[in-house]
Design a binder for this molecule. Structure first.
Ligand code: FE2
Length: 249
């Protein structure tokens, strides 16, 4: 079972989401939030055993190149164009405990700011050797890592002249559906971060700073790639299962 580090289920319920910390659903400066946000008060439902003990992923779920966006869509012997980087960090819960066996998925534009998607209309060129998505499973210490190229900024139809700063999208499945998180990572020192209407929906500057990956000089690979460090915090459990307490009681 060492291949499935989160196989042993914990049954403690999760903390509720802190809605003061996350961006509100209705933020007119980010135009598509207007139609997407709920119009009525939210209902709170208790989690059941199936939501708080799954899903479960193991390292065998992952292919050899899944965490290498420089090569996972490239022709043999070729590689994606752009600034080569390593992105790594730890997935932790609210108590600072590692979340092993979490599925971390990521997707991004290419070095010119272009997505490979049929609805993408930006005029920057497609890179035939870059697909733009990959995945990784966290190890026993909650650590994940992948290689990629630094994505470019791109314009989008929101206001008259809005641009997204360079960013990588993340989806994380932790140990239960309450630990699902979808977020975006930005790059230290990018002045575009502070002009972005989506970033601007986040009320607390400290919450924005948590989304900015630090240049991690210590893990730079000489003559190859710079490193960025991005830790991700998921909801924690309110309690942990005791060995002598039968499940379901
Ligand atoms: Fe994007």
């Amino acid at each position: 079972m060492s291949d499935l580090p989160n196989r042993k289920p914990e049954t403690g319920a999760f903390f509720a989401r802190d809605r003061e910390w996350h961006a509100p659903a209705f933020t007119p400066g980010y135009k598509t939030s207007v139609l997407r946000s709920p119009q009525r008060a939210l209902l709170s439902l208790d989690g059941t055993i199936s939501e708080i003990t799954g899903p479960v992923f193991g390292h065998s779920t992952i292919g050899e190149l899944d965490n290498d966006l420089i090569h996972n869509f490239a022709k043999p012997g070729e590689s994606a164009i752009g600034e080569r980087i390593v992105v790594h960090g730890r997935v932790l819960d609210e108590r600072g405990r590692a979340v092993p066996g979490a599925l971390v998925e990521f997707w991004q534009a290419n070095a010119g700011g272009r997505y490979r998607h049929k609805k993408e209309t930006y005029l920057a060129a497609i890179d035939p050797n870059f697909g733009g998505c990959g995945r990784s499973i966290t190890d026993e210490d909650g650590h994940y890592a992948f290689r990629t190229v630094r994505p470019g900024a791109y314009p989008w139809p929101n206001g008259v002249n809005d641009w997204r700063p360079a960013h990588i999208h993340f989806s994380i499945f932790g140990h239960g559906f309450a630990q699902r998180l979808i977020t975006q990572m930005y790059f230290e020192g990018d002045p575009m971060i502070w002009k972005c209407p989506i970033v601007g929906t986040i009320p607390d500057r400290r919450a924005i700073e948590q989304l900015i990956a630090a240049l991690d000089w210590g893990n730079t690979i000489p003559m190859d790639a710079r490193a960025y460090k991005f830790d991700i915090v998921l909801r924690g459990r309110r309690s942990t299962m005791f060995e002598n307490r039968p499940e379901g009681n």
